[in-house]
Ligand binder design. Structure first.
Ligand SMILES: Cc1ncc(COP(=O)(O)O)c(C=O)c1O
Length: 436
């Protein structure tokens, strides 16, 4: 564990808050990703955000690429969402009855995602995945699910357990028998897995861009191959677009790569900062849900008007022309700059520094590994210590990345050319001090 702390960053308030919260909340965090366990040091407490910036409890300013781990696609404190939420809260935040904002959001989602004819709104990505898996099992009458090694689908038992890996204790062995793992970007392995488990598999679930092992895009044709194989073997295909949905394109990764799944899970960017999840697909499948069918899923807070108001506002903004072109241009500019600085160091000494740049649209990762990462096996070569040093060097200068060597960093439409230039300059200095 690297315990390096930033030199010229003064965070006494965050340190004091950390010490106290760690006595009251395990690890001081309500979601382990947020702790600085992997990179060393104490987590920074964020007080407020505005556009591309966040401000900590000591009033230090950072250009933020955590993006709330995905939701902040239009930047922090985005006025249309804030205003929409305020209006709805004034009328009473929730009633436990249908509300017109649910209809409005369902209309927009169904219009924007051709594979989705019906949708259910829930409160998190985890809930969306857990519910979609139950629906797939109920619809097919089969128990086994297939997922990809190194994939992250939230914290429900089925997707944390498998016959080869158990990522958490506390999961009954029966769950492990019902989840089978196969490598990402490997169609022959998937074909074998589907043949070996003939008649048992309800669904294959996949992140169409793997976001938790280094931002891995498909090898060309992989996703359409997954679609063909799942059709051939009569199993459902679930796209987990909790991170990619409304982020890599309005139509998600399925739009970007032109592959139509049977069910899709959403979350994060869809809520624009409100706690949301959603899952949807063909009517014939969705009508298996209670009260129409026999698959149970429910939730006191599901589809609550406050979340719906935020999500409607964000989709209205995201559907404007040019949004995704601008995000792509920002990503390209950032990566062009980083590439140039890496090339410069390499040319100077005739070496090849172990830095890989992996990006799909506004999702990106700066990976410390000798070769590009295509699957979970490759991700084992990532050097966490180097990442930790890099992370703290740029944090000390006001650039905030997720405190993880593998998780996706996120650009937002609020990032400016000036932010990108400053980020490139500071990353270049960090590369030089690590390798130059
Ligand atoms: C692809 C994917 N699926 C599911 C989840 C779980 O979503 P949530 O944290 O909202 O429960 C995440 C969260 O990081 C994710 O990235």
């Amino acid at each position: 564990m690297n315990t390096l702390t930033a030199h010229n960053l003064k965070t006494p308030n965050s340190q004091n808050l950390s010490r106290e919260i760690e006595q009251l909340i395990p690890g001081g965090v309500n979601s382990p990703f947020r702790s600085y366990h992997e990179v060393g040091g104490h987590a920074i407490f964020i007080d407020r955000g505005s556009g591309s910036k966040v401000f900590d409890a000591d009033d230090n300013e950072y250009i933020d690429y955590v993006g709330a781990w995905g939701p902040a696609i239009l930047g922090h404190s985005y006025a249309p969402v804030v205003e929409a939420v305020k209006r709805v809260i004034n009328d009473g935040p929730m009633f436990g009855a249908p509300h017109k904002l649910e209809l409005e959001l369902a209309r927009k989602l169904v219009a924007g995602i051709p594979s989705v004819e019906m949708v259910r709104f829930v409160n998190s990505g985890t809930e969306a995945v857990m519910s979609a898996l139950r629906l797939a099992r109920g619809y097919t009458g089969r128990d086994t699910i297939v997922m990809f090694e190194g994939g992250y689908h939230g914290h429900s038992d089925s997707v944390l357990a498998s016959s080869t890996h158990k990522h958490s204790s506390g999961i009954p062995d029966q769950f492990c028998q019902n989840t089978v793992l196969t490598p990402f970007n490997d169609l022959p392995a998937l074909e074998k897995c589907l043949s070996d488990n003939k008649g048992k598999i309800a669904a294959v679930i996949i992140e169409p861009v793997a976001g938790s092992m280094g931002v891995i895009a498909e090898d060309p044709g992989f996703l359409s191959g997954v679609r063909e194989l799942t059709k051939k073997h009569h199993v459902l295909l679930i796209f987990d677009e909790v991170l990619t949905g409304f982020r890599v394109a309005f139509g998600g990764a399925q739009g970007l790569y032109d592959v139509e799944p049977d069910l899709t899970c959403f979350g994060k960017a869809l809520g624009g900062g409100m706690p949301i999840g959603a899952y949807g697909g063909k009517k014939t499948i969705m009508q298996k849900l209670m009260p129409l069918g026999d698959v149970y899923q429910a939730g006191t807070f599901s589809g609550n008007p406050v979340t719906m108001a935020g999500a409607n506002a964000i989709l209205d903004s995201l559907s404007q022309p040019g949004v995704y072109e601008t995000l792509e241009a920002l990503g390209a500019k950032l990566f062009d700059g980083l590439r140039k600085s890496i090339d410069k160091i390499n040319q100077k000494d005739g070496k090849s520094i172990p830095v890989q740049l992996q990006r799909v649209g506004s999702m990106f990762a700066i990976i410390f590994a000798p070769h590009p990462i295509r699957n979970f096996e490759d991700s084992k070569s990532i050097d966490n210590e180097l990442f930790a040093s890099f992370f703290h060097k740029i944090l000390a200068n006001g650039i905030m990345l997720p405190p993880s060597a593998v998780d996706a960093a996120c650009l937002s439409l609020a990032h400016t050319e000036e932010d990108i230039k400053r980020t490139v300059d500071l990353c270049s200095s960090a590369f030089t001090s690590l390798f130059g």
